[in-house]
Design a protein. Structure first.
Length: 449
């Protein structure tokens, strides 16, 4: 592999694979990078950002957009890295969440515009907790920033889906149609570059939108996303990363199988996709992922398993493991998310100390390979949809596969998933995935109760 001194000095990475190095050296103004969890997309843009600020004129400014990161450990690592590049390179951080601002949504939008307008830092990290913005956001971006990088674009889409459900009248003022798409469409009238990093397998919103009857407001957003993507594809500026470089062999292999099943969920052509295949990048062996499949919806059952997993992680070879190296990542529908997270926090309190706590967060508020050890809790839910082509009357749908992929990818060394309230024979795709994983005893373990 090849590398740059930047990766060795700032990111402690000795070498890049061929695809990563070619993307790092790319001088394309617009670039869409598609790749699975752990393929090094974030590493790539961090290296590129550092390269720009160290080698380009000082008037060139950078905006990094991190959707739905809030106070995650990943956002803290980004901040700590970028603010310490050099004493003469200024850094600022802005968190946009209109729910935290004591104002209505339109005033919150004006606040964001003002923050971007007044910031003079060379690097600005925008933690985009919510994705509805103002009409003039694009003019602010292109006026003050020469380079824009969007990491985990699929989380921006999921965040927008949630926001549009809450504020349907503001659907046309989303960050894609008002912030990003005009940069590309009006490229002759601005000098801003745009790099987008994405992994559709970690997203739930677009697939559900294509399967269910959605409001015209949300359809507008989906059309904007597709238009943005096509601008990159048609110009030949869509690239792929495929090799998993950060998880153990067992986790990477399990994720590859889940990803294949997730890609196959096209429901008679309602969502044709062609994703980069996830390839295992190395053979560092670790513990097998464990997936508990519980048909019961009782909280006591999964809480008992959660406690058992904590005891395992705190004994034997794991006895030196810090609580901050462990996370409980929760996936559920809106009706159950708060209760499940509260129950999970109740269990973790037994093990937490003042200075060392186990993280409990929603799946959407985390990033790939964020913790050494992850315990995922997912409450199975399903719905029935009518296919748009009418060739099949009704079919069961569950987001269990995409959520398993999302949550298991958060671990680097050990992961466990507790899938409860499971109903077999509802979603054929979920059933087929669990059947294959059960047969792959060399890489994972399925426990049914």
């Amino acid at each position: 592999g090849k590398t740059s001194d930047i990766f060795k000095m700032f990111l402690r990475v000795r070498c890049l694979n061929k695809d990563q190095f070619e993307l790092f050296e790319s001088e394309e103004r617009f670039l869409w990078v598609e790749g699975p969890a752990g393929s090094g997309k974030t590493l790539l843009i961090l290296g590129k950002i550092i390269h720009i600020v160290l080698n380009r004129p000082p008037h060139e400014r950078i905006l990094i957009i991190l959707p739905r990161y809030r106070d995650s450990e990943a956002a803290k690592r980004h901040s700590n890295l970028l603010k310490d590049i050099s004493e003469d390179i200024t850094f600022a951080e802005i968190e946009y969440d209109y729910r935290k601002l004591d104002s209505d949504i339109s005033e919150a939008h004006d606040w964001l515009s003002l923050q971007l307008d007044e910031s003079c830092a060379r690097i600005v990290l925008l933690k985009l907790a919510t994705c509805l913005v103002i009409d003039k956001i694009n003019s602010v971006i292109t006026k003050y920033f020469n380079h824009v990088f969007v990491d985990d674009f699929q989380q921006l889409c999921d965040g927008a889906a949630h926001d549009i459900t809450e504020y349907p009248s503001c659907a046309h003022k989303n960050f894609v149609s008002k912030g990003l798409l005009p940069i590309v469409k009006n490229s002759a009238n601005n000098r801003t570059s745009l790099w987008i990093l994405n992994d559709d397998a970690q997203s739930w919103s677009v697939r559900i939108a294509k399967l269910q009857d959605v409001s015209p407001q949300y359809s507008f957003f989906i059309d904007s996303v597709e238009e943005l993507r096509l601008n990159f594809v048609k110009s030949g500026n869509s690239k792929q990363l495929t090799v998993n470089l950060r998880n153990s062999f067992e986790i990477a292999s399990t994720l590859s199988i889940i990803r294949q099943h997730c890609e196959g969920m096209n429901f008679a052509g309602t969502l044709p996709v062609s994703w980069p295949q996830q390839e295992v990048g190395h053979y560092l062996r670790g513990n097998k992922p464990v997936i508990y499949v519980l048909q019961s919806s009782e909280t006591s059952q999964w809480r008992e398993i959660l406690s058992q997993e904590f005891e395992v992680l705190r004994s034997g070879p794991h006895s030196q493991l810090k609580n901050r190296s462990i996370a409980v990542v929760v996936g559920a529908d809106d009706n159950h998310m708060v209760d499940i997270m509260d129950d999970a926090r109740y269990v973790t309190e037994i093990y937490n100390t003042e200075d060392d706590k186990i993280t409990v967060c929603a799946a959407g508020d985390s990033v790939s390979a964020e913790w050494p050890c992850v315990i995922a809790i997912y409450r199975y839910w399903s719905t029935t949809v009518t296919l748009p082509d009418n060739r099949a009357s009704r079919i069961g749908f569950s987001d269990a596969i995409s959520t398993l992929y999302l949550t298991l990818s958060r671990a680097t060394v050990y992961c466990c998933a507790i899938l409860f309230n499971y109903e077999p024979d509802i979603c054929q795709y979920t059933d087929n995935l669990l059947k294959e994983l059960k047969s792959r005893t060399e890489i994972c373990k399925i426990i049914e109760r």
